[in-house]
Every structure is written in structure tokens, then in C-alpha cells.
Write a protein that binds this ligand. Structure first.
Ligand code: AMP
Length: 426
């Protein structure tokens, strides 16, 4: 084979040997996402696959990993810098500013879309991956944080996934973080010899990200680093307290992780992550979110506060299947039409078209023997095989085999459609 898919990508394809790449599983999971979001009052939004690059550089921050090293950026034929979406919040806010009626107090949106990041591929990390996400725009309120976190968990409950841990933290406002960042730089500077090269390069530009380091040595140093909570204002602490209190009231368990931060500049206050239980791998985060502000302003609008989360579809589907090992999805046809000869195939083709127009499912056999036709029908788990060959045709009948009990009957050809209509919903 000369052509292969691009490194770090995958195909969703029927019959794929990895069940997580089967489109039927995706459809099942996506349906649960969309249904849950709709129950919470969210409406779907779709934006283009690419944006002008500054939509991301202005909002996420030049020092963020996605902007500094992971974006697929190119110049179009007029020399404009365009980037494939590395994340989905900034494009949603860009679209909100361009399309939404600003007199609305709140906007609740969900989306299911691809992100593109040039990163080292491995299990659970791809260069094109899909996210399901939501955004609530227009208001900052601890009650909204609580509702959004509850919905985030409800999605996983609806998927039958309960072995997860919710981590939460508050990272306060940009101002509080500035003081904290300065403290971090001074703390980590005394460990310059021991820090990994990645962390060293983050020291000046993005010290918060050192807290996320997966390097074992870094982790030891990070454990004793100053904690953001000590740098929050009373108001920020009160916001966080209301969130944790609200989660307690709902019986939602969580772990406060004082080192949890988000990689992008625009996050403030409540941040959260859902991780797989008992999984210390670097790719154990199923989804993550937080409160943000400043994105709309950085894109030229007046500021709109918001909160959102993004769920990694691949990791979630893989975990869903680990939790439901016997999960299968079958959509067997009701009728499997075995025509033995062109003439008879055509008669059955017409019958199948009519059945489908009545919302029944029918498939046509593409072989020449009854034996292999019946074998295929069984493999497809069809309910009825309809057999039409020369002998049947000349007698003005066709044979029906009920594959649930192997019983056979003959039906007059001119009554075949009526018979099929009666059995469409079996
Ligand atoms: P982020 O936008 O980085 O906060 O990511 C949100 C979620 O998307 C993560 O928790 C992962 O589940 C998923 N995710 C992020 N990056 C990748 C990737 N390169 N491949 C697959 N999933 C990813």
C-alpha cells in the first residue's frame, strides 16, 4: 500500500479491529452527549475547521503549548495566516461575537468537533482528535459552576462510567496569578539544576505549567511549591467555597488538587478535571474545564465571562468500552433479499426500495447460491430471508425463511409487499 493516513491520526471505520474506532460506538456515545446537553438547555454550535491564527494567539497566549509549538499553521493563497483549530473555546467566542444577539443574558452552547495539535502521538494522544464541549457565556456565578460540573459528571454516569475522580481547584484572577507566578519563578529558580529541560524553558514564560510536569524529579520539587490558594483574594476564595459547598450538597465527591492549573491564559477561578481512577499515565484525563474571562476582549469584543469544559472523545470512548466489555451494537436488517439471477434480483431490488421508503431495513444479496445467501443472512442476523429464483418465479411465489426459528413459507409474489409491510416492525 502506497498511501497511509498521516501520523497521529486514525480512521473511524465500520469493521475496524479496534472497537473504539467503530462508527456505531461513536454514534451511541455522541447521542448520549447530545441528549444530556439538550436536557440541560444547551444548543449545538458548529464553527469552521480553521480560523485566522490570531484567534488563538490572542486568546490562549503566545507562551501556551498549543500556540508555541502545537498549531498547524499555514499561509493561504493570499498570504493570510490560518490555523487548524487546536482548541474549540476561542472559535466559539469568535462566533458568538459575530453572530449572537448581545442582549441575551446567557448563551449555552455545545459542540462536537475536531482539534488539531502537533504533539508526540501515543495511546490517547492524537494529532487530530475530537472533543465534545460546552460553554456557558454571559455570567459568572458559582451556581453555574456547580451546574456545569454536575452535568459533566452526569454525562459519564449516563455512559455507565463511574470509576473516575473529579479534581478541582481555583486559580483566581489574572492579578492573583501574577503575584503567584512571581513566587513560583523565585521558588523554582532555586532548583534550576534539577528541573527538567521542559520545565526550565517554562520557568520564565509560563511557570504555572511546571506544576503539570510529568517528570519524576520535577514532581518532587513541585510537591513543595507555593500553592495558588494562598494567593487568592477573599472574594475568589468565597467563590470557590460556594462551589465546593454546592457540590457537597449534591453529594458530588471531588478532590481539591492545589496544583491543578490549566495551560491557557484565559482561565480564572474554578478549574476542574475528570481523570481515570487508578491510572497514573500521562493521558489519564478524560475531560477538563474551567471558568474563563478575557477571551471576548482579546478578540475585540466587550468582555463576556464564561465557563466550559471539553471532553476527549477518544479517551472517553476507550474508557467506556473498558467499562462495558460486552458492549455491542447491531442494527440487523429485517429482510435479507436473496435473488438468484439478474431478473429476480431486480424484483427484490424494487421490493427493498419500497420497504426502505416505509422505514423498514432491507439488504440485497450479491451472490448466486441459496446456501451462501442464507449464510450471509445469518451472519447479518437478519430476521427474514426472502428467496426468489427461477423456480419460485415461474410458480408466482417466493420463499420466506424466518431466521429466528428456521420456519419456511411460500408467499404469492403479488402479495409480497403486503406481507413485508406487516413484518417491518418485528
Ligand atoms: P484540553 O483542551 O487540552 O484541556 O483537553 C481536553 C481533553 O481533550 C483532555 O482531557 C483529553 O481528554 C482530550 N485531549 C487533549 N489533547 C488530546 C490529544 N492530543 N489527543 C486526544 N485527546 C486529547
Amino acid at each position: 500500500m502506497t498511501h497511509k493516513r498521516v501520523k497521529g491520526c486514525y480512521d473511524i471505520f465500520p469493521g475496524s479491529k479496534d472497537l473504539w474506532k467503530d462508527p456505531a460506538v461513536w454514534a451511541y456515545v455522541e447521542n448520549i452527549f447530545k441528549k444530556t446537553a439538550t436536557l440541560y438547555g444547551f444548543k449545538e454550535a458548529m464553527t469552521p475547521s480553521f480560523e485566522y491564527t490570531d484567534v488563538f494567539t490572542r486568546s490562549s497566549g503566545e507562551a501556551s503549548d498549543i500556540v508555541s509549538k502545537e498549531m498547524y499553521t499555514f499561509l493561504d493563497k493570499k498570504g493570510r495566516s490560518i490555523s487548524l483549530k487546536p482548541e474549540l473555546t476561542a472559535p466559539i467566542i469568535r462566533a458568538y461575537l459575530e453572530n449572537a444577539e448581545m442582549n441575551q443574558k446567557m448563551y449555552k452552547l455545545f459542540y462536537l468537533d475536531s482539534c488539531y495539535r502537533y504533539d508526540r502521538p501515543q495511546k490517547g494522544r492524537y494529532r487530530q482528535f475530537r472533543q465534545f464541549g460546552i460553554e456557558v457565556l454571559g455570567k459568572k456565578d458559582p451556581l453555574i459552576d456547580i451546574e456545569v460540573i454536575a452535568m459533566f459528571l452526569q454525562i459519564y454516569k449516563n455512559l455507565g462510567i463511574t470509576n473516575t475522580t473529579l479534581l478541582i481547584n481555583s486559580i483566581g484572577s489574572k492579578e492573583s496569578r501574577e503575584t503567584y507566578n512571581a513566587e513560583l519563578v523565585s521558588y523554582f529558580s532555586s532548583f534550576k539544576e534539577k528541573l527538567s529541560s521542559d520545565s526550565l524553558s517554562r520557568l520564565e514564560k509560563n511557570p504555572l505549567r511546571i506544576l503539570d510536569s510529568k517528570d519524576a524529579e520535577d514532581k518532587k520539587i513541585v510537591a513543595n511549591a507555593p500553592k495558588i490558594f494562598d494567593y487568592l483574594t477573599d472574594e475568589e476564595k468565597a467563590h470557590f467555597h460556594q462551589v465546593t459547598e454546592g457540590l457537597d450538597e449534591l453529594g458530588i465527591s471531588y478532590t481539591i488538587d492545589p496544583l491543578l492549573v490549566r495551560g491557557l491564559d484565559y482561565y480564572t477561578d474554578t478549574v476542574f478535571e475528570l481523570i481515570r481512577e487508578n491510572d497514573a499515565s500521562g493521558q489519564n484525563t478524560l475531560g477538563a474545564g474551567g471558568v474563563y474571562e478575557g477571551i471576548a476582549k482579546s478578540l475585540g469584543g466587550k468582555d463576556v465571562p464564561g465557563i466550559g469544559f471539553a471532553i476527549g472523545m477518544e479517551r472517553t470512548i476507550q474508557y467506556f468500552l473498558e467499562n462495558n466489555p460486552s458492549f455491542t451494537i447491531e442494527n440487523p436488517p429485517t429482510f435479507y433479499c436473496i435473488g438468484l439471477g439478474q431478473e429476480y434480483k431486480k424484483t427484490l431490488l424494487h421490493l427493498a426500495l419500497k420497504i426502505r421508503s416505509l422505514e423498514g431495513s432491507a439488504e440485497l444479496f450479491e451472490g448466486t447460491s441459496i446456501k451462501s445467501g442464507l449464510k450471509n443472512a445469518s451472519e447479518k442476523k437478519a430476521r427474514y430471508a426472502i428467496i426468489l429464483g427461477e423456480i419460485e418465479f415461474n410458480s408466482g411465489i417466493c420463499k420466506i425463511k424466518d431466521l429466528s426459528n428456521r420456519e419456511e413459507q411460500s408467499i404469492q409474489l403479488n402479495g409480497l409487499l403486503d406481507w413485508a409491510k406487516k413484518h417491518i416492525k418485528t
